[in-house]
Design a protein. Sequence first.
Lengths: 144, 323
Amino acid sequence: MAFMLKLPFVDVVSDGSLKHTYVNGKKLGYEFQIRLSNYRGHYLSCLKELSIKVDDEAVNPDDIAFCLRDKEFTIKQLPSLVSEFWNLIEPATIKVYLPDSLKDGAHEIEVTMQLRIPYMATPGSKHSHDYATLDSSGHKVLTI
Amino acid sequence: MGNIKLGVSLYSFTDEYVKGKLSLEDCIRTAAEYGADGFELVGTQMLSSYPYVTDRVLSEFKTMTNAYGIDFVSYGANTDRGVRSDRDLTEEEMLQSAIIDVKTAGKLGCKVMRAQYLLSPSALAKLAPYAESYGVKVGIEIHNPETPTSPIMQSYLEVIEQSGSKFIGFTPDFGCFATRPNKPHWDSALQNGAPLELLEMAAQLRYEGVPREEGRQRLLDAGANGAVMGAFQGMYGFVTFYKEPDLEGLKKIMPYVVHFHGKFHYLDEKLEEASIPYKDILPIIAESDFDGYIMAEYEDHISGRALEMTERFLRMEQKLLSK
């Protein structure tokens, strides 16, 4: 069984951050901000899982872009990003491609985010590359 | 006689920093206000250009240290062996990564750097010439449940002695000399429904050195619930404690100590730490030739008491060292 830690310092889904993404004057999706709830930052390669549900419906990972500062990554790129560092106090923006976007109003945003803790071997494990997991998941109702 | 300087690890203010209640500048100013001559920060936590230092970040630090009259003394490095998704880093790769950390520490003007024990003894030996070139002394952290004379630390001691370098050594965390159970863990176990007599039984098992598995079974047989077992895990792990802490071991490694982490979890109004016997530890350092820093390192972040406790800790040090 996986050894899991949760450090609930901050809300993972940031208040008031949900908005439509406009391209050429048209709604082409929506975006919101997330935080890493931990005591230190991590390289993006340590993100073992990042998935999104909106109003109980899973979002296709291929429609998700993970944006940090001026860069934008696909979910499938994350495991290989060993030199892109996510600072502890810096929000990342999640952009979801959805023509016409969400309906205006309240939506339940659910983020499942699990990280490999790259210096903390699973206690008692005799295997290589077997690390404890940080659960930085969260959910919140945001209004668009 | 030694020359002990008092510092604060900004890691003490984790909760306030993550929540945005204190900015990096607020953390530095607060450390100076409490009387610290220097500070440490953890690169992965507070260095915005991690793992490098940009000129802009460097000049921001210089402005802050000048303004508040405090030195940036120590850089806390991490050893992220599992950074890749497919395999562990090799020893050579971890060495290369530690060299980047040494360069960063040097550029920041830090005289010392904390390294974690996933950096092997032989990698530490290979790091020595770089540490020397960049003018940064690297200390391997001795963190609970390790002690100065535990086998892993003895293997570091061997390579440190063999190297003859003054630029590699130890950073003992005083948590490894704890003599009583961790108070915040104890209190939270009680709050979560742990019966007092079973917590006391767990502590007694630890004091008597009963092996972990046997202790676990005896507690379960006595009807221990999850809250008791959670506290028991800590007692045999990162917050273990001993009847007789390894102070003799500390005396032996004193010549190789780079700096200390002054761990604390709770100080009462009389300035006594609940589980770590500072009145026994500090005189050993004061009587040695140690010339360097004790970095106050608070660790009960979620309590929201970091500021009050850190202020108390500095006062405790000043009192015990007659500063």
